[in-house]
Write a protein of this length. Structure first.
Ligand SMILES: NC(=O)c1ccc[n+]([C@@H]2O[C@H](COP(=O)([O-])OP(=O)(O)OC[C@H]3O[C@@H](n4cnc5c(N)ncnc54)[C@H](OP(=O)(O)O)[C@@H]3O)[C@@H](O)[C@H]2O)c1
Length: 339
């Protein structure tokens, strides 16, 4: 079988190679998935460069890839043969950029027929992040308010869709004026552009009362610091990214100066949030239920991943370039076989 692999960390265009590997055989409780599509996320490129969370850096050589959809084409002795031919997404099985992937049977979650391969391939990383932070960590309910930065990001757009179905309101930060009308049209109740010098005052006014009660931030730097400074007594900010630092190459932009008095006097909380740590702490039953629920929402049409563009895995370099373009409109997916 063909596989994309890295033997050392470096620039994706230099270190990702396509190679022929022996076809793997599933162990007793495992199954084998013939991959159809697997996305290229910015975090996959961080892994290739060796800049991702240490616990997610694979031992090399390894295939990158963090999620995807495929068809079960072999099962271990303890897995029902009725699963052969099932279309599944993989729940936290790294190394998906290969034609055949071995997965524990319980981590291969069936995909409803109404969900396209393109949508299924993106069902885990960004939708689960948006769902877990809003519904499970912040426990947002009907009528609550959430402040989010980078509202135009994929995660931000999932948050807007979840807000619609779950009935909470959003105050959204974007960095370009052109995005204001778009985020409003997606249901953002308040949209503030951080290109305006007085955006912190606009935010304070929009939030009102004693300040921000619940917020999520993936920009860090000055944006994250401003959100932290405006937290209400007992307010909570989840920091889940650091987009201020382009491709993680500007260490200073990782810094997020905290104004201590605001934090102390409000006994507020600024906490990191990382999907893979969250998944590790949840039981497989619980995270599997979460992923099934996201797939059902996709089948019902209430959760829609961004448009996708397929790249044959031989053209992976083009997919990497598309992932890194500043304003990309389609999620690059590596295609391993015809659907
Ligand atoms: N912690 C976790 O477990 C977890 C899980 C999933 C994602 N993430 C993180 O979530 C973030 C968003 O991911 P994504 O895949 O949704 O991103 P994405 O779709 O690639 O979108 C990035 C968005 O961020 C905006 N942006 C980029 N740099 C910015 C900056 N310096 N200041 C303000 N806005 C900026 C972009 O605005 P323009 O349109 O103006 O370019 C774009 O709207 C990333 O940092 C990712 O690593 C974290």
């Amino acid at each position: 079988m063909r596989a994309l692999i890295i033997e050392k960390n470096g620039e994706p265009s230099a270190v990702v190679q396509s190679c022929e590997l022996p076809e793997p055989t599933p162990g007793p409780t495992e199954l084998r998935v013939r991959m159809l599509l697997s996305p290229v996320h910015p975090s996959d490129l961080h892994v290739i460069r060796g800049r991702f969370a240490r616990q997610r850096q694979p031992e090399l050589p390894a295939s990158p890839g963090s999620e995807g959809v495929g068809i079960i084409d072999a099962v271990g002795s303890e897995v029902p043969s009725s699963r052969l031919g099932e279309r599944v997404v993989l729940l936290n099985v790294p190394g998906t950029w290969r034609e055949k992937v071995i997965s524990p049977a319980a981590r291969a979650i069936p995909v409803p027929a109404a969900v396209s391969d393109e949508d299924a391939a993106q069902a885990l990383v960004n939708p689960m992040t948006a769902w877990a932070m809003t519904m499970l960590e912040h426990e947002l309910g009907r009528g609550d308010w959430l402040v989010q930065s980078a509202a135009g990001s994929t995660v931000g757009r999932f948050v807007l869709q979840i807000a619609k179905t779950q009935g909470f309101h959003t105050i959204n930060l974007v960095r370009r004026h052109e995005q204001v009308a778009e985020i409003q049209s997606l249901g953002g109740d308040v949209v503030i552009c951080t290109a305006q010098d007085n955006w912190p005052e606009q935010l304070r006014e929009a939030v009102g009362g004693e300040g921000i009660v619940k917020a999520i931030d993936c920009v860090a730097g000055r944006t994250g610091a401003t959100l932290a400074r405006q937290l209400a007594p007992g307010g909570r900010l989840l920091v889940y990214g650091a987009l201020s630092t382009h491709r993680q190459t500007e260490p200073a932009a990782f810094e997020m100066p905290i104004f201590a008095p605001a934090l102390v006097y409000s006994a507020a909380e600024v906490r990191g949030w990382f999907l893979y740590l969250w998944l590790q702490r949840k039981s497989l039953l619980e995270s599997g239920e979460g992923l099934r629920s996201l797939l059902e929402q996709m089948a019902a049409g209430s959760l829609r991943p961004p448009a996708a563009r397929r790249y044959h895995f031989n053209d992976a370099l083009e997919a990497f370039a598309a992932t890194e373009r500043a304003a990309h409109d389609a999620k690059p997916l590596l295609a391993f076989a015809e659907s």
